[in-house]
Write a protein that binds this ligand. Structure first.
Ligand code: G2I
Length: 475
C-alpha cells in the first residue's frame, strides 16, 4: 500500500478517536447516550476488539511474521485485535542488519495486514540493547559517530513508517533490576543522555507518532519502576518528548504485582499515556484446569486495571497462541502463557478477558467474513499421514458464528477410528460424530476448532463432506 494511503488510514483512526472523545465530553445527556451505546455494544461483543472499543481502548497482539501464511492464525489476529506489534521484524537487527542498509519488507507486510483489518500498528522497537546487530554492538564507535548511527536508524525507520505506526517503543529495557541504567553500547558510550537524544530525534522524525519508553518488571512499585519513574519525571521536566510508558507485563501465574494500579497511577499523574504492551502469564507445565482458571482471572484483573485508568489506552498480549509464545524457549518447563492453546482454541483466559471487557463469550455474531451468509463454516480435512494399514487425519473448521458446544459429522468410507485428540468420537458404520471436549467447546465468531484422529485403514478416498452442528461446511 502506498505511504499516502497508509497515512490516510491513521488520520481516519485519529479522527474516530476525536469523535468519540467529543461525544463523551459533550454534556451530560450526550455522556449518558454514549455510555448506553457502549454498554449495549459491549453486551453483544463477541470479540476482544469490539468489547475494548466500547471503552475507547485497544486490544493488541504481537504478530509473528512467520505465521502470516496460516489462515487460522490470521483469522484470529485480524478479528480479535485492534492493534498489532511486530514481534521481531521491526527490531534493529531485522531492519538495519548492516550499516545504512535497510530492509522493510517484513515490517511492511505487518502494516499491510493491519490496514486490511482496520488495526493500529505499534512499532517495536528503535533503541534496544538486544537483537542489535554486531556492527552496532561491537562497532567501537566514538560518541559522535554512535549518536549519528542511532539517530540515522531512528529517523530512517520512522520516516518510512510515518503515518502508519501510531506508537513507537523508542527506548526499550534501559534499566537494571535495581533501577540503575543498564549497561549497553548506548549507555556505555553516550551515558544516560542517549535516552533524551533518542526521544528528541524520534519527535523530529514523526511528530504525530506517540513515543514510548517500554520495560519489564516495572509493573509494580519497586526499585526498577522507581528508576524508570525518576528518569521519566526528570526527562519530562527538561522538556524531552515522552508520551507514554509501556509496561511489558510478562507475568508468572499467581504473581501479578498487587501494586500494578498504584504504580501505573503515578505515571498517569505525570500526564503520560500508559499501555500494557506484552502481556502473558506463564505456568509451570503441564497446566491443570484450576491453573488455567486462575490464569483467566489474572488476565481479567490486568484488563480491569487498564479499564480503571483513563490514561491506560490498551492492552497488548505478546502473541495469542501458546504454540507461538517465546516462553517455553526461554523458561524451561513453563508455558501455556497465552489466551489460546497450542491448537488456537480459546482458553479460559480468553473468556475471562472478554468478560472483563464487558463482552460475552460466545455471544453476538459479528460475521468476520461478510461475504458469507451468517452461520457459515469452512472445513479442512487433511490426511497428514497414511501407510498400508493406518492414516492420521486432522480436521479444522472456521466458524462464522460463535459456538458453545459443537458436534461435527462426516463419513469415513473405510476403516475405524482407533484413537483421537481434541474431540470425543462415536462411530456407527461409516458415520463419525466428533464432539467437543471440556476445554474446547466454546469458539468465538471467526474462530477455528480442530481435532484429529488415527484410523486402522490406509485406503485413499475423496475428502468427505464435513458438517458442523448439522450444517454442511464448504471445503
Ligand atoms: O523476550 C520477550 C520479549 C521481551 N520484551 C521485548 C520483546 O521484543 C521480547 O520479544 C522476544 C520475542 O518474542 C522472541 O521471538 O524477543 C526475543 C529476542 O530477544 C525473540 O526471540 C528471538 C530468538 O531469540 C531468536 O533466536 C530468533 O531468531 O526470535 C528470533 C526471531 O524468530
Amino acid at each position: 500500500m502506498s505511504p499516502l494511503v497508509r497515512r490516510a488510514a491513521v488520520v481516519f483512526a485519529a479522527g474516530a478517536a476525536l469523535l468519540s472523545g467529543f461525544a463523551v465530553h459533550g454534556g451530560a445527556q450526550a455522556q449518558e447516550r454514549a455510555a448506553d451505546a457502549s454498554a449495549s455494544v459491549a453486551a453483544e461483543a463477541a470479540t476482544l476488539r469490539e468489547a475494548a472499543a466500547a471503552h475507547g481502548k485497544f486490544v493488541g497482539t504481537a504478530v509473528a511474521d512467520g505465521r502470516l501464511g496460516n489462515s487460522t492464525y490470521t483469522g484470529i489476529a485480524g478479528s480479535q485485535f485492534s492493534s498489532v506489534t511486530a514481534e521481531n521484524v521491526m527490531k534493529w537487527e531485522s531492519i538495519e542488519p548492516s550499516r545504512g542498509s535497510f530492509s522493510f519488507a517484513a515490517g511492511d507486510r505487518l502494516v499491510d495486514f493491519a490496514q486490511s483489518h482496520d488495526q493500529q500498528v505499534w512499532g517495536h522497537t528503535l533503541v534496544w540493547h538486544s537483537q542489535l546487530p554486531d556492527w552496532v554492538r561491537n562497532g567501537g564507535f566514538s560518541p559522535a559517530v554512535l549518536t549519528q548511527v542511532m539517530n540515522n536508524h531512528i529517523t530512517t525507520v520512522m520516516d518510512h513508517y510515518e503515518g502508519d505506526v501510531a506508537y513507537w517503543d523508542v527506548v526499550n529495557e534501559a534499566f537494571n533490576e535495581d533501577g540503575s541504567l543498564r549497561s549497553s553500547v548506548f549507555s556505555d558510550t553516550l551515558g544516560q543522555g542517549f535516552i533524551a537524544e533518542a526521544f528528541r530525534t524520534a519527535r523530529a522524525a514523526d511528530p504525530n507518532a506517540k513515543l514510548c519508553i517500554n520495560d519489564y518488571n516495572t509493573e509494580g512499585l519497586g526499585a526498577k519502576s522507581n528508576g524508570l519513574y525518576n528518569l521519566v519525571s526528570s526527562l519530562l521536566s527538561q522538556g524531552v518528548p515522552i508520551d507514554c510508558v509501556g509496561f511489558q507485563s510478562h507475568f508468572i501465574l499467581d504473581s501479578i504485582p498487587s501494586s500494578l494500579q498504584a504504580n501505573m497511577q503515578r505515571f498517569a499523574d505525570l500526564g503520560l499515556e500508559l499501555v500494557i504492551t506484552e502481556l502473558d502469564i506463564r505456568i509451570t507445565l503441564p497446566a491443570d484446569s484450576s491453573e488455567l482458571q486462575r490464569q483467566g482471572q489474572q488476565f481479567a484483573s490486568v484488563t480491569n486495571t487498564c479499564l480503571a485508568l483513563d490514561a491506560c489506552k490498551g492492552v497488548t498480549v505478546w502473541g495469542f497462541g501458546d504454540a507461538d509464545s517465546w516462553v517455553p524457549g526461554v523458561f524451561d518447563g513453563q508455558g501455556a502463557a497465552c489466551l489460546y492453546d497450542n491448537n488456537y482454541q480459546a482458553k479460559p483466559a480468553f473468556d475471562a478477558m472478554l468478560t472483563a471487557l464487558g463482552g460475552t463469550p460466545g455471544g453476538g455474531d459479528p460475521d468476520p467474513d461478510p461475504g458469507d451468509p451468517p452461520g457459515d463454516c469452512r472445513a479442512t480435512y487433511t490426511v497428514t499421514n497414511r501407510w498400508n494399514a493406518g492414516s492420521v487425519v486432522q480436521v479444522s473448521i472456521v466458524t462464522d458464528s460463535a459456538l458453545s458446544g459443537w458436534s461435527v459429522t462426516f463419513s469415513l468410507p473405510s476403516g475405524r477410528i482407533t484413537s483421537g485428540w481434541n474431540a470425543a468420537y462415536a462411530q456407527s458404520g461409516t458415520s463419525v460424530t466428533a464432539t467437543n471436549v471440556s476445554y474446547n467447546g466454546s469458539v468465538g465468531a471467526g474462530g477455528t476448532l480442530s481435532f484429529g484422529f488415527q484410523t486402522d485403514s490406509g485406503a485413499q478416498y475423496a475428502t468427505p463432506t464435513v458438517s458442523l452442528n448439522g450444517e454442511a461446511c464448504s471445503a
